[in-house]
Design a binder for this molecule. Sequence first.
Ligand code: RP5
Length: 184
Amino acid sequence: MPEQPQTTNNKPQTHGPLVGIVMGSESDLDVMKAAAEILRQFDVEPELTIVSAHRTPERLRDYATKAKERGLKVIIAGAGGAAHLPGMIAAQTILPVIGVPVKSSNSMDGWDSVLSILQMPYGVPVATVALNGAKNAGILAAQILALHDTSIAGKLEAFKEYQDDIVMESVKNVKSFGFRNEFD
Ligand code: RP5
């Protein structure tokens, strides 16, 4: 099995968080922590907290309107059920917002959350990832930061190569089972 690139350099960060991760409830944390974990692999230490669109509307307004002046560059917002958090943040900031639909305890089957986050009206985009796709949200946030950060860009390149290595290892494995493959 190819080794995952060890990207972290453990250097202390000299600036505030560039990525803000918010979620509607602590019950979303199991899913949403994957965004923080993958960002750490690229040496990006995000902030992470709870902001509920329905239960703490004032906190939502504060978070969204202050995000840019606080130095955030991207916001990842996850919620389940009637998931208004990503859209309502996007309505109040020009920062890119990545929405993570969460299959929560109050969700019928996940579609409620997917559609609430995906079907945004013209003028207020939310980049929506798959159901429970917090990992991809973290990678996408890193890709946005990498536009202006060559160190993150290098780590993303290494990550892409690692994924390639993993698949090629499987190609070898499957071939060894005796299936015909004239491509490789
Ligand atoms: C949503 O309702 C939250 O994002 C969470 O996914 C779901 C359930 O919240 P709790 O009742 O567990 O706090 O707003």
